[in-house]
Ligand binder design. Structure first.
Ligand SMILES: [Fe+2]
Length: 196
């Protein structure tokens, strides 16, 4: 019998590097913090997180940018069946100074989630996605095979300004400690199904 393999139940991480000038959105993010210094407290430790910001004054350029870029990534990397769409249901700003991090979490009751980095200095903290099951095979299978199928206990992505990531909302993740000495600034968001 010929041997075979099939990759089961993958978690699809998709994204792109946005080349637009994001300085106005970055300025707007800091202005949000100025108007609400207490912010919200969810998964962040040591940083500032806004309340849902899509209806805040000045959010227009961010909404436009996210709608356009998220739409392009989904169309190219994860096309949907006719009659289905994804809309940005909520978004919030994270400003994480030196030493700040985010505890492991997921985004319940949503379809997909994402993050757009507005500012990401060297060493500002990778985002780490956690394997769903117990990766009991990870230490036994050859390195070559693990590389081929991404058989790992977790997977990190190093943020860069302009990097947009989309991932399943139930994929658990955390953000490592910012050791850059500067702020890491991002916009996180949830996508909900829009059934036309
Ligand atoms: Fe998150």
């Amino acid at each position: 019998m010929k041997t075979f393999s099939r990759l089961l139940f993958p978690s699809l991480l998709i994204g792109k590097k946005i080349e637009d000038d994001l300085s106005d959105v970055l300025k707007w993010a800091y202005s949000l913090r100025d108007t609400d210094p207490a912010g919200a407290k969810i998964s962040n430790e040591g940083g500032w997180q806004s309340h849902p910001c899509l209806r805040e004054e000045g959010s227009g350029p961010l909404c436009e940018l996210l709608t356009r870029e998220v739409g392009e990534v989904i169309a190219e990397q994860m096309p949907l069946n006719p009659g289905y769409g994804l809309g940005i249901e909520s978004a919030w700003v994270n400003i994480s100074g030196d030493g700040a991090f985010n505890w492991e979490h997921d985004h319940p009751l949503c379809f997909y989630s994402g993050v757009l980095y507005l500012r990401a200095p060297e060493g500002c903290g990778d985002i780490r996605f956690m394997a769903g099951g117990l990766p009991s095979t990870a230490g036994v299978i050859s390195d070559e095979c693990r590389r081929m199928y991404n058989i790992y206990g977790s997977w990190t992505v190093t943020p860069r300004a302009g990097l947009l990531l989309l991932f399943p909302a139930d994929l658990r993740h955390r953000v490592e400690v910012n050791r850059s000495g500067e702020d890491r600034v991002s916009v996180a968001f949830n996508l909900a199904l829009d059934i036309g």
